[in-house]
Design a protein around this ligand. Structure first.
Ligand SMILES: [Zn+2]
Ligand SMILES: [Zn+2]
Ligand SMILES: [Zn+2]
Ligand SMILES: [Zn+2]
Ligand SMILES: [Zn+2]
Ligand SMILES: [Zn+2]
Ligand SMILES: [Zn+2]
Ligand SMILES: [Zn+2]
Length: 367
């Protein structure tokens, strides 16, 4: 009988040890950062309910809760006009402290009057950050070693980049070598153009060697790491979205680099067809012919001269310019009309007294 009692005692002990061990394992499964808790639940059963969150909260040790609370202190309340973040950077170049690299560049480049002091920050060489909550200066890291606050919910070790606004969906592209926004899944890296492009462009965008490693042809800012939206034109050349809109406002619808149309112009060409039809040339000009080069398809053709414009015989575009006959063209290449209106639009704006002041911009925006 003594044997059974002892057995029962040992079995009870083993059960107790198991229970304690099981509870410990469960607790250790909880990640340290609160932002990941929701993800963890998703992984378990794909459903996220308030009850489950409460349950997980209850299972956590008080110290872990304290660490989490500390990490999120001041989120989105610190930073500059460029980024919400909880640290400032020590510029490796001039050793001064700035909120971010844009603040540095504005102070040391855009606003600096003394030419010899002008410079950009070497962004990847930033080594020291200063916590905005406790002012402690330290090597670049995500969590402040002094006060335990998370200095940026998004953090890239390679770019030394911090940002609390994770809804921008920042991601680091290794091929670009910098962080971009918009979500990794929505972009692909084009090796020839040398940048991340929207998935919408994946099938059949015209690749232009290093298209993104150039300055915007309008405002001459370097495009590759510009924080403004960039447009890829049908010709493959790139410029700021806002600069393209500016061009459209001034009735400029051709690429400043190659003169091809910057958008689908078919409705404008139809309108010009009608106008050419409705505006017969005076008798003495009717048989006059001119050679034109099409900016859109590159075809040379000879067409009847018309004051409104000249239509390419191959693709129907009025984005054409006069050129020499083919026999002479090898000797004298016509000067490209850099950033100018297509000849057709230009001539249809002014010399037609029947419609004073008409511009094609109004027609474009009505579409
Ligand atoms: Zn500097
Ligand atoms: Zn701190
Ligand atoms: Zn990065
Ligand atoms: Zn990329
Ligand atoms: Zn490409
Ligand atoms: Zn621009
Ligand atoms: Zn172009
Ligand atoms: Zn053409």
């Amino acid at each position: 009988m003594l044997g059974t009692a002892r057995l029962r005692y040992w079995a009870g002990l083993v059960l107790k040890v198991l229970a304690v061990w099981f509870a410990k394992v469960l607790l250790q499964k909880q990640p340290i950062m609160s932002t990941f808790v929701d993800d963890e639940i998703d992984v378990i059963d794909g459903v996220e309910s308030e009850d489950e969150v409460d349950f997980v909260e209850e299972m956590r040790l008080p110290e872990e809760k304290k660490v989490d609370d500390r990490l999120s202190v001041g989120s989105r309340t610190y930073g500059c006009k460029h980024y919400r973040r909880r640290c400032r950077i020590r510029a490796p170049c001039c050793k001064e402290i700035f909120d971010c690299r844009h603040c540095h560049n504005e102070a040391k480049n855009t606003n600096e009057v003394d030419d010899s002091k002008r410079h950009d920050i070497p962004r990847h060489r930033v080594e020291k950050v200063i916590c905005s909550l406790c002012d402690h200066e330290q090597d670049v890291k995500q969590v402040c070693e002094n006060c335990g606050v998370c200095m940026g919910e998004y953090f890239c070790t390679k770019c030394k980049f911090f940002d609390d606004e994770t809804e921008k969906e920042q991601y680091h592209c290794d091929a670009c070598g910098i962080c971009r926004i918009g979500g990794r899944d929505n972009f692909f890296h084009c090796d020839r153009c040398g940048s991340c492009y929207s998935n919408a462009l994946q099938n059949g965008h015209p690749c232009v060697e290093n298209a993104m490693h150039q300055n915007c042809p309008v405002c001459v800012e370097y495009l590759f790491d510009s924080v403004m939206d960039i447009s890829v034109l049908p010709c493959g050349h790139t410029m700021h979205q806002i600069c393209l809109e500016e061009m459209n406002m001034h009735s400029q619808f051709c690429c400043p680099i190659c003169s091809k149309s910057t958008q689908n112009m078919s409705r404008v060409w139809e309108r010009l067809d009608q106008e050419v039809y409705l505006t017969p040339m005076p008798e003495e000009y009717r048989q006059k012919k001119v050679w034109i080069l099409c900016n859109d398809c590159g075809t040379t053709s000879d067409v009847y001269y018309h004051v409104i414009g000249h239509k390419c015989l191959r693709c129907g575009s009025y984005n054409t310019r006069s050129t020499c006959p083919p026999s002479q063209s090898r000797r004298a290449e016509p000067r490209p009309s850099m950033g100018m209106l297509p000849e057709a639009i230009e001539s249809s704006v002014s010399p037609n007294p029947a419609q004073p002041g008409r511009t094609l911009a109004a027609e474009m925006s009505a579409e």
